[in-house]
Design a protein around this ligand. Structure first.
Ligand code: FMN
Length: 373
């Protein structure tokens, strides 16, 4: 029996699930896009299509256990070539979003109108690139984002998504500019400018220039961006950054995202990760008796206060479930208030010293400590 609990209407498009394969080289041409569709994604986004394709450098992708750094520059296929690629991509159906990037409103509008004619179901405007400083400036420039969005919206009839960067001074301001320009959705976030590491023996940075960091490293920043955007503009949000498990996708949805995009996890684990994420989302929904993802969308936003709303709560750490059979002493060693002592398997918290900071409840590998009053 077909499972419909993840089915969703996104910007007027019927998606079988809210998991979209994000813009990147895993979607660099028709064949790859078709594979992403066949792997079960609700929709796919092309690698960003530009008017002047640029020469790639190498090496350009590095990774470690927490994510990746890349210095890949956009699609290497000219916009006209995308007519054939989109035909190939959609040969067996599927929802395709064409990503475009350029420096001027007229250029992005030109690209978007061509791609609409070639069969794209929606356009995603990518306004940033951590390698090209001029585009990082655009990412913070609300007026340019407004002008670019408006130009695309005037040129096409299909929905327009605007993909924002976390490398911006004020994401609310640029999200508002996208909405005012007529965007149907804001996507967030693109990769974050960074350096993955340095080889201490050779003094070499992992890649020889600044690049875009993606994967686990950026999920907390991306979640915050999505929540901020969801609280600021009343158009759908597509959450992106560090999704590799169903739980991550559900976190974005609970913070108000309508869809969730996955990139680096596909790069590092292959397309089989798509079904794994979808399966985990369905399992969680079943276990919690939710028939539709609409039931949980935005549910965590109500619990997200601004710092001004935070009040002093008289919490203290409480030991639950002694004896503690862990051989570690981490709760004692990390307590800044010297409130915790351990004698053998007996852990004690001195209530008058504990200030309820909460750290020990996260530090304890056996979860023997919790906050109470
Ligand atoms: C190798 C690579 C190439 C990418 N190329 C593009 C691109 O062409 N256009 C774009 O908007 N985003 C691009 N991205 C950004 C991703 O679409 C996504 O926003 C980002 O990687 C965060 O999601 P993730 O952690 O799931 O990868 C690229 C990311 C990587 C890792």
């Amino acid at each position: 029996m077909e499972n419909n609990m993840l089915k969703t209407n996104f910007l007027g498009m019927e998606l079988k699930n809210p998991l979209i394969v994000a813009a990147g080289p895993w979607n660099r041409d028709g064949a790859n896009l078709r594979e992403s569709i066949a792997a079960g994604a609700g929709a796919v986004v092309t690698e960003s299509i530009v008017s002047d394709t640029l020469m790639d450098v190498g090496p350009r992708i590095a990774c470690d256990g927490c994510g990746a750094q890349n210095i890949r520059l956009y699609s290497d296929i000219q916009v006209e070539g995308w007519q054939r690629e989109i035909e190939i991509a959609k040969a067996d159906g599927g929802v395709l979003i064409a990503s475009v990037s350029a420096h001027t409103p007229s250029e992005v509008a030109y690209l978007a109108s061509k791609l609409e004619k070639y069969g794209a179901d929606a356009i995603e405007l990518s306004v940033s690139n951590p390698m090209l400083e001029s585009l990082e400036v655009v990412a913070s420039h609300a007026d340019t984002i407004y002008d670019m969005t408006k130009a695309i919206v005037a040129a096409v009839k299909i929905p327009v998504l605007v993909k924002l960067s976390q490398n911006t001074t004020n994401i609310s301001k640029v999200a508002k500019a996208a909405k005012e320009g007529g965007a149907s959705c804001v996507s967030a976030i693109n990769t974050v400018r960074g350096i993955l590491g340095i080889d201490l023996e050779t003094c070499q940075p992992t890649l020889s220039t600044y690049g875009g960091i993606s994967g686990d490293y950026i999920r907390p920043m991306a979640l915050a961006s999505v929540a901020t955007i969801a609280q600021t503009v009343d158009i759908p949000v597509s959450g992106i950054g560090g999704v590799s498990e169903g739980r991550h996708a559900l976190e974005y949805i609970m913070l108000g995202a309508s869809t969730v995009q996955v990139g680096t996890a596909v790069l590092l684990h292959g397309r089989q990760i798509i079904q794994k994420i979808i399966g985990e989302m369905e399992q969680w929904m079943q276990d919690h008796d939710h028939a539709s993802i609409d039931d949980i969308r935005g549910k965590a936003l109500a619990n997200l206060k601004s710092f001004d709303e935070m009040r002093y709560e008289p919490f203290v750490s409480t030991v639950t479930g002694v004896p503690c059979e862990e051989s570690c002493n981490r709760c004692v060693e990390t307590c800044m208030y010297r409130a915790i002592t351990k004698a053998g398997q007996n852990v004690k918290v001195e209530r008058d010293k504990c200030t309820g900071c909460g750290l020990c409840t996260f530090i304890c590998p056996a979860q023997k400590l919790s906050l109470g009053r």
